[in-house]
Design a protein around this ligand. Structure first.
Ligand code: ADP
Length: 258
């Protein structure tokens, strides 16, 4: 049921945000940020008003993956609210746009900082705010779930067995907090060779097992695509440069799932 802006009980700058989508993974390097950014831009292409919050304090990836004109967050002198920067009409907040790095901090400090940045940013009227979670299922992630009512979670994994064990942890965390996990992304699932064959270098099927074991309604498989990696490093996400390609199509599927 669509929420009315201003009437959702969320704190501060989040009061006009209808749906908050958490994109999570238990390990780094599985493609969580790639998924967050391309999902957000796909939702925007589908006509929604969208924002991205990059909650990774230690290794923010948003500044590498997109190239907004303004690479720094401003503060509104009157309200003292953080003004998100923008790329392709999508509002962006990341610690990577905040100037100073934050190398040494305890978990509680990080949690506090994330909450403050998330809720003091003036998000305005949004259909979706995509939260790029830090990897793992520790205190920071828990606090984040408890601070803002998350509408749905997307869990990103790769096909290896180890990833299955870890990802189950992530889904259980969301279940405990009554956040529905609406989709599992099995990233780097396969690639299509020049010989016409489909290769699965990381093996088959943890995504399907997770879906079956936990009753997640959608499983979306993303291929290994060198262009996806190059686009991520180049500041123009692949769904922007090639919306009709295989990756763009897979993201439309994920967009429909959230
Ligand atoms: P995480 O947020 O989980 O740490 P990233 O989204 O930063 O992971 O992805 C890690 C690296 O893998 C990045 O260089 C990214 O471009 C690359 N990558 C992610 N998914 C794919 C894919 N399906 N095909 C090719 N490269 C990918």
């Amino acid at each position: 049921k669509p929420l009315v802006a201003g009437d959702n009980g969320r704190p501060g700058g989040l009061r006009g945000v209808r749906h908050i989508i958490a994109v999570s993974s238990c390990k780094g390097g599985v493609g969580k940020s790639t998924t967050s950014v391309n999902l957000a831009l796909t939702l925007a292409q589908m006509g929604a008003k969208v924002g991205i919050f990059d909650a990774d304090v230690y290794g923010p990836s948003l500044p590498t993956m997109v190239s907004p004109e303004l690479r720094i967050l401003r503060m509104d002198p009157e309200t003292r609210a953080i003004v998100p920067t923008e790329y392709e009409g999508v509002k962006l907040v990341s610690f990577g746009f905040a100037g100073q790095g934050s190398a040494i901090m305890r978990g509680a400090m990080v949690s506090g900082l994330i909450q403050q940045m998330l809720t003091t940013a003036e998000w305005g009227d949004l259909d979706y705010l995509v939260l790029d979670f830090p990897p793992g299922t520790g205190d920071i992630q828990l606090t984040l779930c408890q601070t803002v009512a998350i509408s749905a979670a997307v869990v990103v994994t790769t096909p290896q067995r180890l990833a299955f064990v870890d990802v189950a942890k992530g889904i259980r965390m969301f279940a405990k907090l009554a956040v529905p996990c609406v989709a599992v992304v099995e990233n780097m699932s396969y690639f299509d060779g020049d010989d016409g064959r489909r290769y699965r270098p990381f093996g088959e099927g943890s995504g399907a097992r997770i879906q079956a074991d936990f009753g997640v309604p959608n499983l979306v498989r993303f291929p290994i695509v060198p262009e996806l990696s190059a686009a991520g490093d180049g500041g123009t996400p692949l769904v922007v440069s090639d919306p009709a390609g295989p990756v763009g199509t897979a993201f439309m599927e994920l967009g429909a799932a959230v």
